[in-house]
Design a protein around this ligand. Structure first.
Ligand code: EPU
Length: 417
């Protein structure tokens, strides 16, 4: 078993460069299935989820070569192979195989996705979209079976503006007959990234990033080269870590616009923020004001930064209230932070956080962002060693975490037992 060991109390100093967005990468890789020739993805994050996706595509017959942060996917030999089990079970985002395979082959059998299960995460809106496009969808022994004689464009209103459902419908509709209109679509930057890739492949998609997306179906898509947007959640995590340790860090390769909800809250707390074209400097201060935060869909405060933000708010004076309106129950980091001495109680969909010092402890990451929260908490503690287990979750979303933190002056290392 691997653990992260942290001796905290050192202000982070220096520059960290952010890799490509995980939540884009794991949609862009399956999107390549829809092309008839080679797709090249640049700025790919080196993450376990990305490696699993490359395994899935190879199982289908694609040739995948991965060099540094570039992945070349030749999907020309891909076949329609049922995938009720195997690597699809390791990933939440394997649900994108449904839209991609349906778009290319009009059929798919995909085992129900695994991944971070901080609460039940339904896919009813994805299925509603596939059915509206003309597919029959059944759940047989834990695998989703999809089949369509043909896919026909239509108008789909999403009951919740789901990132996954919006992307999945775009994937299936890109090669459908006629126009599909998604209403109440999610607006996250990763959706624009997927639409940009699909358009470079020859698709006709307009309105990505707004609540109405129009997809004009085409009969064939071709290969292209695409550079993945920077990971706004990774960037936000380093921004929060810099502030929590009262450091001074330049976060490079970010799109500052994507960070607005976080920078606004950090400024409200009294944290110094300097914005440049592609970077943000975070300047810590001796004390911080308490704030209330509501995690919402984009452009609101990201739910994926809610757990790291909890750790930062333990460093503020007074009582902060942090509510999650995307996932009402995403608080698995709270009992672990309490183990470290944090004064936090959960009431409904809110965590009520009273500022105060934390202590070193042995804690367990139960999901990816909970893991990030615990690492940040450990970085604030100057006496003793904080041990974080559940490293496999953290590796799903943060590449080079230990080396990046060490470059910033943190005393962090991996230990295998
Ligand atoms: N929802 C439904 N029905 C659906 C789909 C979603 O009710 O069919 C609900 C969810 O339960 C949730 C809300 O809608 O309350 C939003 O879920 P969404 O579908 O947008 O989430 P997702 O696509 O499954 C992606 C990211 C998550 C991130 C959310 C919200 C990927 C693979 N995952 O999940 O990322 O939290 O969007 O921004 O892109 C993470 O990176 O740690 C992570 C969990």
């Amino acid at each position: 078993m691997e653990k992260l060991m942290i001796t905290g109390g050192r202000p982070l100093q220096g520059t960290v460069s952010i890799s490509g967005a995980k939540n884009s990468a794991i949609a862009l890789i399956p999107a390549a299935i829809l092309a008839e020739s080679e797709v090249i993805l640049d700025n790919l994050p080196l993450l376990s989820d990305v490696a699993v996706y490359s395994e899935i595509l190879e199982e289908l017959g694609a040739t995948v070569t991965w060099e540094g942060s570039q992945m070349k996917i030749d999907p020309s030999s891909i076949k329609s192979i049922p995938m009720p089990n195997g690597p699809v079970k390791k990933l939440r985002a394997s649900y994108y195989m449904m839209g991609a395979m349906l778009g290319r082959f009009k059929e798919a059998i995909i085992g129900l996705p695994g991944g971070c299960n901080f609460e039940p995460r339904p896919i009813d809106q994805h299925i509603k979209g596939f059915e509206a496009l003309g597919a029959t969808v059944t759940n047989e022994h834990g695998a989703i079976h999809l089949h369509a004689k043909e896919l026909r464009g239509t108008k789909i209103y999403l009951d919740v503006s789901s990132v996954g459902a919006t992307i999945n419908i775009m994937l299936a509709a890109a090669r459908a007959k006629g126009a599909t209109i998604i209403e109440n679509a999610a607006k996250e930057p990763e959706i624009i990234d997927v639409a940009t890739l699909l358009n470079s492949m020859g698709a006709i998609i307009k309105g990505a990033g707004t609540e109405t997306i129009r997809i004009e179906g085409v009969s064939e898509l071709h290969g292209c080269r695409h550079s993945i947007i920077p990971d706004r959640i990774q960037a936000g995590t380093y921004m929060i870590a810099a502030a929590a340790t009262r450091g001074n860090v330049l976060i490079d390769n970010v799109i500052p616009k994507h960070m607005e909800a976080l920078t606004a809250k950090m400024q409200e707390m009294g944290i110094g923020i300097e914005e440049y074209d592609e970077s943000i400097r975070v300047l810590g201060a001796p004390s911080y004001e308490h704030v209330d935060v509501k995690a919402l869909i984009y452009p609101g405060f990201a739910t994926d930064l809610q757990s790291p933000m909890t750790s930062l708010l333990t460093q503020a004076q007074g009582v902060s209230v942090l509510s999650d309106f995307v996932y009402s129950n995403r608080f698995k980091h709270v009992p672990e932070l309490v183990r470290m001495g944090a004064k936090i109680r959960v009431e409904g969909r809110s965590a009520i956080i009273e500022g105060g010092q934390l202590n070193a402890a042995k804690v367990k990451a139960a999901d990816l962002r909970a893991g990030a929260a615990l690492v940040i908490a450990g970085l604030t503690v100057s006496e003793g060693v904080t041990e974080v287990t559940g490293v496999e979750y953290i590796d799903r979303g943060y590449d080079h975490l230990v080396s990046n933190l060490r470059l910033l002056g943190a005393d962090v290392w991996r230990q295998t037992e």
